[in-house]
Design a protein around this ligand. Structure first.
Ligand code: FES
Length: 105
């Protein structure tokens, strides 16, 4: 599936993601800048924060409690903020586009 990361300067990076990979893994495997993912996907660091493009928000799986509580510690949180390690890619998310924050801290 295709997922696109848009960096703060507007540069778009489209990457291929296999079913079952997380959005964070897709970013790290493709060296997308700005996704630090310090904890490696354990929902413990909040440095895999991304902004989901509005059309996609309702199509993402709902936030679990762990993500909700950790997201409060991410930098510059908005209504469309998610932690990329908690979003698993499947067919319904083919074409997903997210923006990478200016900084994770
Ligand atoms: Fe650490 Fe997502 S990679 S919370």
């Amino acid at each position: 599936f295709d997922v696109t990361f848009i960096s703060p300067d507007g540069h778009a990076t489209k990457v291929q993601v296999a079913e079952g990979q997380t959005l964070m893994q897709a970013a790290v495997h493709n060296s997308v800048p700005g996704i630090d993912a310090d904890c490696g996907g354990s929902c413990a660091c909040a440095t895999c924060h991304v902004y989901v493009e509005p059309v996609w928000i309702d199509r993402l799986p709902p936030q679990q409690e762990a993500e909700k509580s950790l997201l409060q510690f991410a930098n510059a949180v908005e209504d469309n903020s998610r932690l990329a390690c908690q979003v698993t890619i499947n067919e319904s998310l083919n074409g997903l586009t997210v923006r990478v924050p200016v900084a994770q801290h």
